[in-house]
Design a protein. Sequence first.
Lengths: 165, 165
Amino acid sequence: MRYTLAVLVENKPGVLARVAGLFARRGYNIDSLAVGVTDNPEISRMTIVVRGDEKVIEQVIKQLNKLVDVIKISMLSEKESVERSLALFKVSADSKTRPTIMQIVDIFRAKIIDVGSKSLIIEITGDEDKINAMERLLRSYGILEVCRTGKIAMNRGLKSVSYEK
Amino acid sequence: MRYTLAVLVENKPGVLARVAGLFARRGYNIDSLAVGVTDNPEISRMTIVVRGDEKVIEQVIKQLNKLVDVIKISMLSEKESVERSLALFKVSADSKTRPTIMQIVDIFRAKIIDVGSKSLIIEITGDEDKINAMERLLRSYGILEVCRTGKIAMNRGLKSVSYEK
């Protein structure tokens, strides 16, 4: 099973190293990690995707809670949350192939954010399946470079992962 | 000065901990870090934003190069690259405020990806300035939750950060 954790942490040097180190030392496999600031500059939010059974996850949460810089941990359920990641694809494109690539971009509601004489850069957001599907379609044109963020996720509706303000 | 590094690493457990640990031990400040898979499942790509003078950056690159899991490091110039990050904002919204919030969403070419009776979730991509500008505008409606990825970046045109295939 894959679990998605939203972790609020103090925005201090070394926090990422401590969190990542905890996973590494215990041999827990991180599938994806994304970290960014929140509306409070002193607090960052990490979205961590971990693979394992329920016991492993309970252990992970217990261990994370022991770190002094961790403020709050929530497990997000796939059904009740929205999840997104962002990818940039640089693809070979000339005047001949550009129109069909632009069609694919339209279908996926992606955006072309750079055009060169022999290449394009495409920006796409979505869940992993959508981004993977686009990547498969682009492969036949020649993918020159890929850059992806980890997944971020948020509960639908009013239920929020937040700190006491 | 802020520097953006694109780092290709082996997709193995513990690599993130080693990279983050290197920065923490030397007291280098990471402004943002994003990590995701590439088109080769054995290779991940990190985008790391570091603050410091040129000497610090040279040191960072030298140290990173010593890690066995690091395959390639490139420094991206702001002028010659595109950079993007992704953010989700959950905002208070009722039937009265929803139309004006939707206007803001349109202006920023953002997307509404969840609607509740009292809240909305907005997805936006762009550079940091754009995302910060939207956050400032949304603040007056009540931001309930924020989740952001780190920045990812890519050279414009054919110049690519890639490994030997």
